[in-house]
Design a binder for this molecule. Structure first.
Ligand code: NAP
Ligand code: MG
Length: 496
């Protein structure tokens, strides 16, 4: 039985998977110009779920024209309250179809269906939060000379390209679409090739909600050629990208070479998770396996570098190993703790990093092997893996692995661990666990990262800005800050 005929799926999920899948261009469902397609794989079984159109440069040209027409035709001057209402409607429709989204996300990405539910709920919250902002984007009146009025206003950028990764497919679409639409832009969304399904299903609801044609377009295909064509296009005014640091750098160069379109980047991380001996240990022991392995480690913020103060080291590591051993792994529809990795390619990448870690002299204390119980042998399952080390220069410690692999090391003092936590090209997030508030706040002040959690981890809210320092990114998504990413500020001098 193929996954698409799985009897536990909603009939509408099954019908959607039967396809054919099409892209949303100018309010119509479209195949690619040469009818090229690629396979969408279920990473839990390795089976083909469906086929997706592969957009080339000509498809992108057509899409940009449609988005430009929609922008200058109606959307640019649409009343903000209308935008707000459409976004609110969209959120209601996503809520209505939550089960379909959960099933599609689970099949396409592999994640446990309970975790997919969190993603969809967070998507709904995101659209509602920015529906509120659409009517509250203001400029200011500035002090000026007599007989002068000087004011600023925030205007939409025009056509924006939104490129998202595969680890939180639907949620990442919402992080970009919601603020971009609230600010009055027309959008061209490109999901990751591994996970296009929830974005395409969202397209159905965008039509149903009543968004004018061309305001939201969804094109599918790989980084090259589909993503590249967006990045190079002179008719696009901004690229908002979430993905790896390497691709982010490449995008910045190409954006500069084309029309100097603006770029915002949410990139990789190697976040330090610092546990002092005076930490609230009950909280630590409940959280640490999740802060290490949530989403099978495929999350940019995860605490993949753990530092534990010497006095507590053995107790905390033993607890982590014990809790990690209890994590259940299975296909996402069975709602285990952990699902598979996204692809064979990712499994190979992570396996290679583990091999390098072993060769470099990291001490492998748990996992490290492909997880192959008979019914999962065709999926991309990897055991949660823990290395102990005392050398921060190891590749294992410096490079983002983006899989279920953490590195753990002991430290003596505050100054030592602060220096080691900051010794990274990345600066996405960090956490510190201690019952000493002064120490916690000093750490938060001196940690060079865009988000710091104290006695908690991986907390997000649409109202709270999120984005990396150093090579983890440029610009802040979420909160009021995201409005800066999707508007340009104009100053007007009126001499009366
Ligand atoms: P990726 O390879 O950088 O891809 C991200 C997106 O960019 C995908 O849609 C990809 O398309 C597209 N892309 C690839 N090459 C491109 C190019 N030359 N021009 C334009 N678009 C291109 O990253 P990934 O492997 O999907 O995701 C994992 C990475 O994302 C990790 O490094 C992780 O830390 C980062 N991430 C960061 C955040 C954050 O908020 N900071 C959140 C999630 C993930 P295809 O995949 O279809 O080829
Ligand atoms: Mg897939």
């Amino acid at each position: 039985m193929s996954t698409s005929e799985n009897p536990t799926l909603q009939p509408r999920t099954q019908a959607f998977l039967k396809g054919p899948q099409k892209m949303l261009i100018d309010g119509e469902w479209a195949v690619s110009e040469n009818e090229a397609v690629f396979e969408s794989i279920d990473p839990g079984t390795g089976k083909v779920l469906t086929h997706i159109p592969l957009a080339g440069a000509k498809d992108i040209d057509k899409t940009v024209l449609a988005a430009q027409k929609a922008f200058s035709g109606t959307w640019k001057s649409s009343p903000p309250a209308q935008r707000s209402l459409l976004m609110w409607k969209l959120a209601d429709l996503i809520e209505r179809d939550i089960q379909i989204f959960m099933e599609l996300e689970t099949l396409d990405n592999g994640k446990p269906i309970g975790k997919a539910e969190y993603d969809v709920k967070s998507t709904i919250a995101h659209f509602r939060y920015y529906a509120g902002w659409a009517t509250k984007i203001t400029g200011s009146t500035l002090p000026s000379a007599e007989n002068q009025l000087v004011y600023t206003k925030r205007e939409p950028l025009g056509v924006v390209g939104l490129i998202v990764p595969w680890n939180f497919p639907l949620m990442m679409c919402a992080w970009k679409l919601a603020p971009a639409l609230a600010c009055g832009n027309c959008c061209i969304l490109k999901p990751a090739e591994q996970t296009s399904l929830t974005a395409l299903y969202l397209g159905k609801l965008i039509i149903e909600a009543g968004f004018p044609k061309g305001v939201v377009n969804i094109v599918t295909g790989p980084g090259d050629p589909t993503g590249e064509a967006l990045v190079r296009h002179p008719g696009i005014h901004k690229i908002s990208f979430t993905g790896s640091t390497a691709v982010g750098k490449n995008i910045m160069q190409k954006a500069a070479q084309s029309n100097l379109k603006s770029v915002s980047l949410e990139l990789g991380g190697k976040s330090p998770n610092v546990i002092f001996a005076d930490a609230p240990m009950d909280k630590v022991s409940k959280a640490l396996h999740w802060t290490s392995f949530y989403n099978s480690g495929q999350e940019c913020t995860l605490g993949s570098r753990i530092y534990i103060q010497k006095e507590a080291f053995q107790q905390v590591v033993d607890g982590l190993i014990e809790e990690t051993k209890k994590l259940q792994m299975d296909i996402g529809l069975k709602d285990p703790d952990l699902g598979p990795l996204i692809s064979q390619q990712q499994l190979d990448r992570v396996t290679k990093a583990i091999k390098t870690g072993n060769e470099e002299g990291g001490d492998l204390v748990l996992g490290g092997e492909r997880f192959t119980v008979p019914h999962l042998q065709n999926g991309y399952f990897l055991e949660p893996t823990i290395f102990v080390h005392n050398n921060d220069s190891l590749q294992l410690v410096q490079e983002e692995i983006f899989g279920p692999v953490v590195v753990v090391s002991a430290f003596d003092s505050f100054e030592e661990v602060l220096a080691r936590a900051n010794n990274s090209d990345y600066g996405l997030a960090a956490a510190v666990w201690t019952t000493d508030s002064s120490k916690a706040l000093r750490f938060a002040d001196q940690m060079d990262a865009g988000t710091v959690w104290i006695n908690g981890y991986d907390q997000f809210d649409p109202a709270v800005p999120f984005g990396g320092f150093k090579q983890s990114g440029i610009g802040k998504e979420m909160g009021e800050s995201a409005l800066q990413l999707y508007t340009k500020e104009k100053a007007v001098w009126f001499n009366y």
